[in-house]
Ligand binder design. Structure first.
Ligand SMILES: [Zn+2]
Length: 286
């Protein structure tokens, strides 16, 4: 999922929670680079990677059919779990087989002792008796456990579909995004990441000058959705609207009382917009 922009090789964990280009680390000669080694020395922590990817998400989730898709996947996942869950009948069959082999082993021990002329051990007899009690209980339960009717299974699936309907899924995911942004809630983030990973095929990590953070490009469904929505424009509009509100609030509060302060604040907004733009432009259509 993580790819090097320079050599196309994988980014993998090296050191504590930090990703780096595997080809560069192994000093592998790269055909595409004329036999040279990869020159991408940028590394990124898991924390920063997740934060930056998550921070460009919320707008992507405004697209409704994404919740339909996730809802479908969740139902499929739960249905599979349901299907692969062992039935009580199967479980009982396995427990009975285990008891049978324990009983056989105990009987063998008792017989061996008898053949060797050694005295009978009460503890072996007791164990044998206990096993027999358990076995009889399981046999009774097995007799009373019918094959699971097909209707039950269908009803369970219908329940799953109701539980994971697109509207519920949307609510749940929006809540998770809200909690997970800026690494605020680690648990919410852990729950959100599998969904995010499902929507992102590749994150390409590229070189930047000096100590600047690595460049990130996100490829996958997320990028397609965002591209089709002119997300860049939406993000900029949202930013400008928020900045205007902030500006008016500060003027109203009397905080901005000189032309100089006014100019400085506007410059700060412009700077922040510029700072945010590269992050937004990192969302590329694959
Ligand atoms: Zn590389």
């Amino acid at each position: 999922m993580l790819q090097c922009a320079e050599c196309g090789g994988p980014y993998a964990i090296s050191g504590k929670d930090r990703y780096s280009c595997t080809n560069r680390k192994k000093r592998l000669p790269i055909d595409e680079l004329g036999g040279a080694c990869c020159g991408n020395s940028k590394t990124i922590t898991r924390h920063e990677l997740e934060e930056r990817v998550l921070n460009c998400l919320p707008v992507a989730f405004y697209s409704l059919d994404i919740f339909d898709r996730i809802s479908e996947k969740m139902v499929a996942h739960e249905t599979n779990k349901l299907k692969s869950a062992p039935s009580r009948r199967d479980e009982l069959g396995e427990e009975l087989a285990t008891i049978k082999s324990k009983q056989a082993s105990l009987m063998q021990q008792i017989q061996d002792r008898h053949a060797e002329g050694r005295p009978r051990l009460a503890i072996l007899d007791d164990q044998l008796d206990e096993l027999e009690v358990t076995r009889e209980k399981l046999v009774k339960e097995l007799a009373g456990t019918a094959e699971e009717p097909v209707e039950d299974f269908q009803a369970k699936i219908a329940k799953l579909k109701a539980q994971f309907n697109p509207a519920n899924t949307e609510l749940a995911i929006r809540e998770l995004i809200f909690l997970a942004r800026n690494n605020a809630d680690e648990q919410a983030k852990r729950r959100l990441m599998p969904i995010v990973r499902d929507l992102i095929q590749t994150v390409v990590i590229g070189k930047t000058p000096g100590h600047q953070p690595a460049a990130l490009q996100v490829h996958g469904d997320i990028a397609n959705i965002m591209a089709s929505m002119d997300v860049m424009d939406i993000l900029q509009q949202q930013f400008v609207a928020a900045a205007q509100n902030d500006f008016m609030a500060r003027i109203a509060s009397g905080e901005i009382d000189t032309e100089q302060k006014r100019k400085k604040l506007l410059e700060a907004y412009a700077e922040e917009l510029l700072r945010k733009s590269p992050e937004w432009e990192n969302l590329q259509v694959s």
